[in-house]
Design a protein around this ligand. Structure first.
Ligand code: A2P
Length: 292
């Protein structure tokens, strides 16, 4: 299993990062501080999570020097027409001079009142993100995308001046997205798995195959689900927790055999689900067949 990957920029990204989607105000500062004090060096947030200020406070409170932490945030859908202002806002809220990785959160521009912004093309947003990355290397160490299916990447790559460093997508045994994974690996784009446990109240934690493998290695089901990604090339993974014991435990990565991985890949055949259904009118499926 790997403990870090190298981005196409040459930067090192720790394999396991703390996820903060759905981490509530009043909880996330502590979670970030606790994770960093206990060995995490990778934190994932987003403007859309509305917790950047607290994440920044947790980072400060940990006492870990900024340059030792890999920090990701994301451009929110309603900010796609004005990435420059959104970048400044994220830097200010996180109270940091730079972001290690800035992602387009969805290839889905939206208006402030939550509707599809059909007059704006996400490809123009990427061009603006590239401009910012090229103009301000001291503020942006890498740029990438999130929730991009193969068809979206195929539209982006032929015109990209900067190949995305990362595609952050939902990945777990019930949502394996093998097509996106293979495509990104061929292009040297790092995959980051969100909702690796299947998000809240996940049936995967009770899954028989997951539990059998967990018992074999004397670890928890969560350790198996997180380690699945650490056993694949060009993968990083973002378990979310606001619970001290789980934050500690989730950092433990084990080696899995090819057979374990094959068994985990079999789960999707009978137990498929997505934790994240954007369901935005006007966007269609975003190229994900089960994301209508
Ligand atoms: P909590 O944050 O209250 O600890 P995902 O990473 O797939 O989004 O999953 C996050 C969900 O899984 C949250 O509800 C989180 O709860 C829970 N969780 C995180 N780590 C563990 C663990 N080791 N065992 C069981 N549940 C966990």
């Amino acid at each position: 299993a790997t403990t870090s990957v190298t981005l196409n920029t040459g930067a090192i990204m720790p394999t396991v990062g703390l996820g903060t989607w759905k981490s509530k105000p009043g909880q996330v500062e502590h979670a970030v501080e606790f994770a960093l004090k206990n060995g995490y060096r990778h934190i994932d947030t987003a403007a859309g999570y509305q917790n950047e200020t607290e994440v920044g406070q947790g980072l400060k409170a940990s006492g870990i020097p900024r340059e030792q932490v890999f920090l990701t945030t994301k451009l929110d859908n309603p900010d796609q027409r004005n990435p420059a202002a959104a970048l400044e806002s994220s830097l200010k809220k996180l109270d940091t001079p730079y972001i290690d990785l800035w992602l387009m959160h969805w290839p889905a521009p939206m208006t402030r009142d939550g509707k599809a912004d059909k007059g704006h093309d996400w490809l123009d947003t990427w061009k603006a993100m590239e401009d910012l990355y090229l103009a301000y290397p001291e503020k942006l160490k890498a740029i990438g995308v999130s929730n991009f299916s193969v068809e979206y990447l195929q539209r982006l790559l032929p015109v990209a001046r900067v190949v995305p460093a990362v595609d952050q997508i939902e990945l777990h045994p019930s949502c394996p997205q093998h097509d996106v994974v293979e495509f990104c690996q061929k292009k040297g784009i790092v995959l980051t798995a969100y909702s690796p446990l299947g998000s809240d109240n996940s049936p995967l934690l009770k899954n028989e195959v997951v539990n059998r493998i967990a018992t074999k290695y004397s670890v928890s089901p969560a350790n198996v689900l997180i380690s699945l990604h650490a056993n694949k090339p060009l993968h990083t993974v973002l378990p979310k927790s606001v619970t001290n014991e789980r934050i500690l435990s989730n950092a433990k990565i084990i080696d899995l055999t090819k057979e374990d991985i094959n068994d985990l890949h079999g789960i999707d055949k009978t137990h498929h689900f997505r934790a994240c259904h954007p369901g935005w009118t006007g966007f269609g499926s975003l190229g994900f067949p089960d994301c209508e």
